[in-house]
Design a protein around this ligand. Sequence first.
Ligand SMILES: [Zn+2]
Length: 190
Amino acid sequence: MTVHPIVIYGEPVLHRPAETVTEFDDALRTLVADMHETLDASNGVGLAAPQIGVGKRIFVYHADDDTGVRRHGVFVNPVLVSSRIPDTRPDPAEETEGCLSVPSLDFPLKRAERVTINGVDETGAPVSLSAEGWFARIMQHEYDHLQGTLYVDRLDKRWAKKWKKEQAAAGFDEPGRSWMPGVDPDPFGH
Ligand SMILES: [Zn+2]
């Protein structure tokens, strides 16, 4: 298994819809294994294939579910259905989000409280889950990646303004940037 560099905001593959997976072969299984390895090395909770430069509809997650149980999983070609996103301001203490492709920054963002997600795994077997709260947030964040949307693209006016400033300061607006999990310091200060 191989740890891959994680591309940063500005890389075109992050900003376009990913393609449906059609071949459930050894190459796909290797890719998914590499994504798990890369996510482990990055200390993140979720990773979508575009974040390692592969424009395919796949994401993996390593996160605690609603009951506090650690869950590892993969969704290939997922379809997500969510409850309505509340039309209120996000609480910076409770509703802040970050992204491995926007390292060292985080911003408050309102998300739907509940989701159901259906897809298949790397063998083509159906996988499905329903989630609430934090776990539902992770599912929405990773699913967004497959549409070419990053959480910073969804910020409300106030936080978008802050992001634009930070983005310019960090240079997260041009292609060709990446960081290497396990080599470069990760965005969480490990
Ligand atoms: Zn992300």
